[in-house]
Design a protein. Structure first.
Length: 162
């Protein structure tokens, strides 16, 4: 995992992916608070997601990206790492595209609307606090209860529409 971690260290202070180092430090602190470890492999997978923050990444793309850094990690191991990161509230799984993105704000565990460009895979997370109560009310009237903190919307981004 050294190669991915070195790339992340190289980016320190560049602002890339919302300052990856700061984000990883918050993720590490969150894991410590929960009594779990952000191992080097977990940090490397999270780092790859952070470096691609604006686009979703599939598990197999993660395997390939780690391989580019001379890290041979079997797909099942990557899936286990992703399950861990999801359980810690550090990563969202996007069901409609079978992809993954880092959680926008480690401190916030609210509900998100995630817009996914169907052409370029660009992802934008939007805090939906203002939608929460009205959405829950409408679901309740329809006889449903929301069991997810993520609402996914397949869309076309401004860049692809132009």
């Amino acid at each position: 995992m050294r190669h991915v971690v070195e790339e992340i260290h190289r980016l320190k202070g560049t602002g890339t992916a919302g300052d990856v180092q700061t984000w990883l430090a918050r993720a590490r602190a969150r894991c410590e608070q929960r009594g779990v470890r952000l191992t080097p492999l977990r940090a490397a997978v999270l780092g790859v997601l952070l470096l691609r923050e604006k686009k979703f990444v599939t598990a197999y793309e993660l395997v390939d990206r780690l391989r580019e850094h001379d890290q041979i990690v079997p797909p099942m191991t990557v899936y286990r790492v992703l399950d861990f990161l999801i359980a810690q509230g550090l990563v969202h799984r996007l069901d409609t595209v079978n992809g993954y993105v880092p959680v926008r704000d480690v401190q916030d565990s609210g509900r998100y609307l995630v817009a996914i460009c169907i052409r370029c895979a660009k992802v934008r997370q939007v805090d939906t606090t203002i939608l929460g109560e009205p959405l829950d009310e409408e679901l309740g009237r329809a006889g449903f209860t929301c069991d997810s903190s993520i609402v996914e919307v397949r869309a076309i981004c401004d860049s692809c529409r132009s």
